[in-house]
Design a protein around this ligand. Structure first.
Ligand SMILES: [Zn+2]
Length: 229
């Protein structure tokens, strides 16, 4: 199993990366990623001047044996909270992955899919949608599932299956609410990730079984993101 979405004290998390990674080793995780918020006024996040320090911490995290460790950032797509025009894309390309939040989510001031595609072109590394309610995205954009799958396939954008309870509607996780989309990923060249979006509770780091079971049910094992990092 994997958990590729977690926060540390570099942003609004409560624990150091070492503590998070050690805890992930205790459960059945083969891969973990630290993905702190970068330069958003929404919450405490990595300041551009701290990016070198963050990379240095990442090199130390990757020396931990017994689990694959990856490092990325999470980008807030809201242009009022996050000044994307000032982002150091060359440096960001040194990460293993980038998560983007709030795409096509006007309640959170997020940007649209066209903006995501432009962002994608600035980066050579895997980029994906964090905790996205795909059913809501289809409703808001007027696209159908096949069109959205086409777009993600064409631009190599991965999809995160978010397991935290806050990423659910009517008691069901977002990834179980839109079968016309998720059940067709297998036929596409699209990668999938899993994230708990852990901030303050180490015990949530291992809560990935619901998404892992889903990946197995759908036969998506060969499309799991860590295989490509
Ligand atoms: Zn997050």
């Amino acid at each position: 199993m994997i958990n590729l979405h977690n926060h540390t004290i570099f942003s609004d998390g409560r624990y150091d990366g070492q503590e998070i990674i050690q805890r992930c080793k205790d459960c059945d995780l083969r891969s973990v990623a630290i993905t702190d918020h970068y330069a958003t006024s929404k919450i405490n996040s990595i300041h551009p001047a701290e990016l070198d320090e963050y990379f240095e911490a990442g090199r130390e995290w990757k020396e931990i044996q017994g689990i694959n460790v990856f490092q990325g950032i999470e980008i807030d797509s809201c242009p009022y909270r996050s000044k994307h025009e000032n982002f150091p894309w060359d440096e960001i390309n040194g990460m293993d992955l980038v998560l983007v939040e709030y795409i096509e989510n006007p309640d959170m001031g997020g940007m649209d899919l066209d903006w995501l595609v432009q962002l994608r072109d600035k980066l050579d590394i895997p980029i994906g949608l964090a905790h996205t309610d795909i059913g809501m995205m289809l409703e808001r954009t007027g696209m159908d599932a096949a069109q959205l799958l086409d777009l993600f396939e064409k631009h190599d954008i991965f999809i995160e299956l978010a397991t935290a309870a806050r990423y659910s509607r009517s008691g069901r996780p977002y990834f179980k609410l839109c079968p016309e989309f998720y059940e067709n990923i297998t036929a596409r060249n699209i990668k999938v990730s899993i994230g708990t979006d852990t901030h303050g509770r180490l015990e949530t780091l291992c809560d990935v079984a619901s998404a892992w079971d889903y990946i197995q049910e759908q036969g998506l094992e060969e499309q799991v993101l860590d295989k490509f990092l």
